[in-house]
Design a protein around this ligand. Structure first.
Ligand code: ATP
Length: 441
């Protein structure tokens, strides 16, 4: 029962996302494409704001991290070296009766792991390894010598550019390289809306350090990454750390922690913080013969840098932000929904309304709208009752509504309504921009 209620919440969030223009199903007019989603007008803004917040925290505001934007297609040998061609697999189980496919890992969590969850028959095959990389061909000939892969992670683009970035930027260890970009995995069971998809965006940072300082930097990056979710306004009681035990720790990693969020469908990974040791650079050195070693003035020795990785999913963060902000509040009217997004990431920062379409109010409202538009994403709405306009903005997650009313002409003041408290306060027209700047940060 409780489970259904939680799933209903996801269904209602999915329908709000469509109604308000956050997220649409890909190729919907053709019946949709499984697990692929398009970000609509508000979704595109929200995603951009999340990426900007990450970029600012991880490179722009720091002296020790450089940005990178590597190509999605890379030399296929990269994926051989990284182990993805041989090992980036998920055990897959088929049902011989209904042809449904499952990840063996998911079945193992069920009460009856031998039974098909779709049709109930005990006709599941043995698990076989399924490679999650999308393969395609470069140029006109589709043979194996032309095979290339859509990258399954952005990290490899960083490792293969380690020497380029170090030499061009003259950074000294410890320093990092950060990148935001698309990644592709042919997931066996995508689902839970945008939580697990086959095309998604990652926000990854690799921090290069001296091996003797790995524990210090690992702790440092755990704290920084946790704080970033706090900056996004995520409820800290819904976040937790999950430590990878000996069974789920990757063979190359010395330590790994995931930040998890409690979604309506359970606690799930949002981001990984990993100590990848010198595995990646050593492997690429071995494969290419390029010297990845680093000579350090401080340590007076040559060494292979260790890497602390922070690897977050942009789409998963966006889903977290939406789930965390979604509130059904009947006190505002029957079935009212509010998205209590942090003003920092909200797609529209404020809406401007004339109370009525007469007595000079629209002219003042339009001028204010055009002035604010130079600095903020704002929205003008003169249609319908002011209550309806508030409700539309609550659902879109707009934190402030500014109304020009009869008093504005007399004393140059407007009301600003706060989305969460619904309180209205009067402000000087000339001070509205500063008010927003302070709130939006
Ligand atoms: P999972 O166990 O959920 O498959 P993972 O451990 O394979 O994730 P990583 O390889 O560590 O994930 O990728 C880093 C981040 O990229 C994840 O924490 C997640 O936010 C995001 N991510 C990975 N796979 C997907 C996917 N299929 N869809 C959306 N985001 C993803």
């Amino acid at each position: 029962m409780a489970k259904n209620k939680k799933n209903d919440k996801m269904d209602r969030l999915v329908s709000l996302c469509k109604r308000r223009g956050y997220i649409f199903q890909s190729s919907e007019i053709y019946g949709g494409l499984n697990s692929c989603w398009d970000y609509g007008p508000l979704g595109a803004e929200l995603k951009r704001n999340i990426k900007t917040s990450w970029w600012e925290a991880m490179t722009a505001r720091r002296d020790d991290i450089e940005g990178l934007d590597a190509a999605i297609l890379m030399h296929p040998a990269v994926w051989k070296t990284s182990g993805h061609i041989d090992e980036f697999t998920d055990p897959l189980v088929d049902c011989k009766t209904c042809q449904a496919r499952f990840r063996a890992e998911d079945l193992a969590e069920n009460k009856n792991p031998e039974q098909c969850p779709a049709c109930g028959n005990k006709t599941l095959t043995e698990a076989r390894q399924f490679n999650l990389m999308f393969k395609t061909f470069m140029g006109p000939v589709a043979d194996d010598s032309a095979a290339v892969y859509l990258r399954p992670e952005t990290a490899q683009g960083i490792y293969v550019n380690f020497l380029n970035v170090k030499n061009a930027s003259r950074q000294k260890i410890p320093f990092g390289i950060a990148q935001i970009g698309k990644a592709f995995r042919n997931e066996i069971t995508p689902g839970n809306f945008i939580f697990r998809t086959r095309e998604f965006e990652q926000m990854e940072m690799q921090y290069f350090i001296h091996p003797s300082e790995d524990e210090k930097w690992f702790e440092y990056w755990k704290e920084q990454r946790w704080n970033w979710y706090m900056e996004l306004g995520i409820n800290k009681d819904k976040l937790r750390w999950h430590e990878h035990g000996p069974d789920d720790l990757a063979h190359y990693a010395k330590a790994a922690y995931d930040i998890e969020y409690e979604f309506p469908f359970g606690w799930k990974e949002l981001e990984g913080v990993h100590n990848r040791t010198d595995f990646d650079l050593s492997r690429h050195q071995e494969a290419t013969g390029k010297d990845m070693g680093y000579i350090d003035e401080r340590f007076k020795e040559k060494f292979m840098p260790y890497i602390i990785e922070t690897s977050a999913g942009c789409d998963r963060t966006l889903l977290t932000v939406l789930v965390d902000a979604y509130v059904e509040d009947d006190s505002r009217g029957d079935k009212s929904t509010v998205l209590k997004l942090s003003p920092k990431v909200a797609p529209i920062k404020a809406a401007v309304f004339p109370l009525v379409k007469k007595d000079g109010m629209p002219e003042i409202a339009e001028k204010l709208y055009h002035d604010l538009k130079k600095r903020f994403k704002v929205f003008y709405d003169a249609g319908g009752s002011v209550g309806r306009r508030y409700a539309r903005m609550d659902e879109a997650g707009t934190p402030f509504c500014i109304t020009i009313d009869g008093q504005t002409k007399d004393d140059d003041t407007v009301t600003i309504r706060d989305r969460d408290s619904m309180e209205q306060t009067r402000h000087k027209l000339a001070e509205v921009a500063d008010f927003l700047a302070e709130k939006v940060g």
